[in-house]
Design a protein around this ligand. Structure first.
Ligand code: CMC
Length: 391
């Protein structure tokens, strides 16, 4: 055991070499394949970013058209998957539904499992990029008790997601450009974040050569927790709670600082960013724009801004370098887009999908060994086994 270095939570352990995402937490820099997140959020489509993350280069027009055309050919989800969906109660959390159905897809797409060649990997990747949004949209419609929608392949990737989620029965669906642009930006901002909890999960599950879909299903489960992607739902629940309690932000600031109180300021702090999360800056601006453009009044936005101001001036938060993270303002936008609170983390998963896929593909192409951390054993040394009547 003397040779094992203990690093709880892998705070200082690099698990791989990766050429996908560069993150400088001290300076608040985030780049995908060398491109600044700010440039991509303002100027690229989510599908272009997905291509960039997975294959390493921004696509030209033909490459992008071919990629999307391959995805569209795979957008059918087997009718029997619907029967599995029907088996869930309407109250099921959509993250559980999405994780389960992603795994269930393996039964209907067995060729996606043993993929050693780049060509087979490509086929599995395209299938997942096509079917995952369908499942996410179905999970939402199920929770609303609405019939399923099959999408419209004449729309772009993001607009098709919107249609599958929000088309009302017996009504035409017209994509609102403000909503489309906001969702495009949010998905890009969530698309990758190097070796976070869910991505490390995807890589470690995939390192046993479990297939892509099984690895991504595990990633969805890891993302669900409130310390990770589930924070976006937890932030809105917290802001609502503060509003209902009279809007006293100071009281909740004190609770967050009290070590005897388990309450944490959700949407604050980050394992790597010890400066402003660059995604939070973009999202805060976008939240203002979206609410103005859609004419939505959102009282919890004022509570959020009040909390942020107080935290940035508070010794406890300053000393620990706790800043708002990507999830602090994202829920406010999702709500303005009419996305139910328990779907927020599914939206994060939709955005993170290309990052997970890129990391899984890189891990397989680099032929990484199976992930298998060691431990420092703290249990009993050797003990004599006594017969049951003598214990
Ligand atoms: N509110 C109050 N205190 C906090 C908070 C918070 N949100 N976050 C960290 N701290 C304190 C913590 O108590 C500790 O204090 P001390 O040094 O006195 O023991 C110190 O700051 C360091 O925190 P840590 O928990 O050791 O840091 P970590 O790197 O293990 O955890 C974190 C990072 C994101 C899990 C944590 O900051 C947190 O729980 N934040 C709230 C949940 C959240 O917003 N999660 C979303 C993360 S961003 C989206 C994503 O990529 O998943």
């Amino acid at each position: 055991n003397g040779l094992i270095t203990l690093d709880r939570g892998f705070k200082n352990t690099g698990s791989c070499e990766s050429a996908i995402t560069f993150l400088n937490g001290e300076e608040g820099i985030l780049r995908y394949r060398g491109y600044a997140i700010e440039d991509l959020a303002d100027n690229a489509s989510f599908l272009e970013v997905a291509y960039l993350l997975i294959f390493g280069e921004l696509p030209n027009k033909t490459e992008l058209d071919n990629f999307y055309s391959d995805i569209k050919k795979e957008s059918h989800v087997d009718e029997d998957v619907k029967k599995i969906l029907d088996g869930f109660p309407k109250s099921a959390h959509p993250m559980g539904v999405v994780s389960s159905l992603t795994n269930a897809l393996i039964a209907f797409n067995p060729s996606s499992v043993n993929v050693d060649s780049e060509e087979d990997m490509y086929k599995a990747i395209v299938k997942l990029l096509a079917k995952f949004p369908v499942i996410c949209a179905w999970a939402l419609r199920k929770s609303k008790g609405q019939p399923l929608d099959y999408g419209d392949n004449s729309l772009n990737y993001v607009d098709n997601v919107l249609k599958m989620m929000f088309k009302k029965p017996n009504e035409d669906y017209k994509v609102d450009p403000v909503v489309s642009s906001a969702l495009n930006k949010l998905l890009i901002l969530h698309a990758d974040h190097e070796q976070n909890c869910s991505t490390s999960t995807v890589r470690i599950v995939g390192s046993s050569h479990a297939g892509l879909f099984a690895s991504i299903s595990a990633g969805v489960s890891a993302l669900w927790g409130p310390l990770h992607g589930g924070a976006n739902q937890a932030v809105i629940d917290m802001l609502e709670g503060i509003k209902e309690d009279g809007g006293d932000t100071k009281k909740y600031m004190s609770k967050a600082k009290d070590k005897e109180d388990p309450f944490r300021l959700m949407g604050f702090g980050h394992r790597v960013y010890k400066n402003f999360d660059p995604r939070a800056k973009i999202i805060k601006k976008s939240a203002d724009e979206v609410l103005n453009n859609l004419g939505v009044q959102e009282p919890v936005l004022d509570i959020a801004k009040g909390l942020e101001k107080e935290a940035l001036e508070d010794d406890y938060f300053v000393k620990r370098k706790l800043y708002p993270n990507v999830d602090f303002y994202s829920g406010i936008i999702y709500r303005a887009l009419d996305i139910p609170t328990n779907m927020f983390t599914v939206m994060f998963a939709l955005g993170r999908l290309p990052g997970w896929i890129a990391q899984w593909r890189e891990m397989r192409l680099q032929k990484e060994p199976i992930g298998r951390p060691r431990q420092v054993y703290t249990g009993e040394t050797h003990r004599e086994l006594k017969p049951i009547e003598k214990r």
